[in-house]
Ligand binder design. Structure first.
Ligand SMILES: Cc1ncc(COP(=O)(O)O)c(C=O)c1O
Length: 438
């Protein structure tokens, strides 16, 4: 009876027109919350790799790497609904689900990374990872990659060149933050990036840790050159620091060959941070580390009100079930390879494509105006995303020059979706090419 009433109330709210909703946003939401895709999309429903607008349009979502196993995946929804109707409490109680979940997650990691902390967001998890590194090493300084984004809290803005160098940022790094250049071999393969990394950390104060996405996302969808992370981790450890893998975007099998992107680089971090896909849209995140590092917190109690609650654990378990039962890691590789083949074919016809890169379902297409100067085709990237939107395919742009098209869809996309995307890209590239190349 009560449930029925609630559904009625929430549905009647959805009857507001787009204009009315935008007016209420104006009145009550900060302008700092931007709207994606260049125009407001009024989305009313999600189903696996598709989003449906209020006016009935069906969009193929190639952007959302949070709804990893599909928007509203029924197995995940069912697990969350059932647990919500049964019990939700916090980690100060003993209940079924938490220990099973922590153990199952830990089993996906290399031996030794056995101790987990469950929290609510990637930012909270990264904050905790930095606190752990500082507590364990008694050092303070942190090394980050240029262009990185690690979260929205005060400390993480300081650790995110993407933010502190971006609009509204203070422009320069704090003295305890050391920024290593991105080994972007597409733009410059003549630099000794490893040596540059070593020089930067040698001149720093004692280092607590190096936090790094094991495949770079905001910095431009850039996979590391072979051996780069292994050597960087060695250098950091030689100076007594810990290595923190931020797997918030690239984890849970997205790269197609491994569950964790650091595995593909042949490294074992001291601390692993998980987020976004972990709860398929439910606010969850996790930090895993060794027994010794976890013990650095032995005096101060750690407590996150919602972290590890029974509903989150049930949802997290269901996500792992789907990844395993539906072979999503293998599928990500197959779909990713199909994308790479199709995109590589497009490079022959569309000279605006400078580079196609990435692994599995974590791909980037860098657009340039000229193959020698590599002048970024920023406006064209915008036009491409708009053109694809008009064909009901959602894409997004990133990278420091705002010229890299990102592909990071729910992992349930099909061969038909990939083929349709390649055909639509081909058409849209032709549409925008006249704009600059003729
Ligand atoms: C690599 C990376 N780390 C951390 C975060 C922060 O996660 P959250 O937004 O859940 O706080 C993000 C969010 O975009 C991210 O991309």
């Amino acid at each position: 009876m009560y449930n029925h009433l609630f559904v009625e109330i929430s549905e009647s709210k959805l009857e507001l027109s787009l204009e009315e909703i935008l007016k209420i946003r104006e009145r009550h939401l900060s302008k700092s919350l931007s709207i994606g895709h260049g125009k407001p999309l009024h989305i009313s429903r999600g189903e696996m790799q598709y989003l449906y607008s209020k006016s009935g349009e069906k969009y193929l979502d190639l952007v959302n790497n949070v709804c990893h196993v599909g928007h509203c995946n029924p197995h995940v929804v069912n697990a969350g609904q059932k647990q919500m109707a049964k019990l939700n409490t916090n980690t100060r109680y003993i209940y079924d689900g938490l220990t099973e979940y922590i153990e199952r997650l830990s089993n996906t990691l290399p031996k030794g990374l056995d101790f987990g902390f469950l929290v609510n967001s990637g930012s909270e998890a990264n904050e905790l990872a930095i606190r752990l590194a500082r507590a364990y090493t008694n050092n303070h300084d942190i090394v980050v990659m240029e262009g990185a984004y690690h979260g929205h809290t005060g400390m993480l803005i300081d650790l995110s060149p993407y933010k502190f160098r971006g609009p509204g940022g203070k422009g320069t790094a704090e003295d305890w933050v050391h920024v290593a250049p991105v080994p972007d071999i597409y733009r410059d393969d003549s630099r000794d990036y490893q040596n540059e990394f070593d020089s930067i950390i040698k001149n720093a104060n004692p280092i607590a840790g190096f936090i790094v996405e094991t495949m770079l996302s905001c910095a431009g969808q850039i996979p590391f050159p072979e051996g780069y992370l292994a050597k960087s981790f060695e250098s950091i450890r030689n100076l007594g620091g810990l290595c923190i893998a931020d797997e918030v975007q690239v984890g849970f099998g997205r790269i197609g060959s491994h569950m964790w992107a650091f595995e593909e680089q042949g490294v074992v971090p001291d601390i692993v941070v998980m987020g976004k896909p972990i709860g398929n849209g439910h606010p969850m995140a996790a930090v895993f580390t060794t027994k010794e590092i976890a013990a650095s917190f032995k005096e101060m109690e750690f407590f996150s009100t919602f972290g590890g609650n029974p509903v989150s654990c049930a949802i997290g378990m269901a996500v792992l079930d789907v990844i395993e039962n539906d072979n999503l890691i293998e599928k990500s590789k197959i779909m990713g390879d199909l994308f790479i083949d199709g995109l590589t074919e497009l490079t022959k016809r569309h000279k605006i494509i400078g580079d196609v890169r990435g692994k599995g379902l974590f791909l980037g297409i860098e657009l340039v105006k000229d193959h020698s100067s590599l002048e970024p085709a920023t406006k064209e990237a915008e036009l491409l995303v708009e053109g694809m939107l008009s064909k009901n395919i959602l894409l997004s742009i990133d990278g420091p020059r705002k010229n890299v098209i990102k592909i990071k869809p729910p992992m349930v996309i099909t061969e038909d979706d990939v083929k349709r995307t390649i055909l639509s890209l081909d058409k849209t590239f032709s549409e925008i090419e006249n704009y600059h190349f003729n």
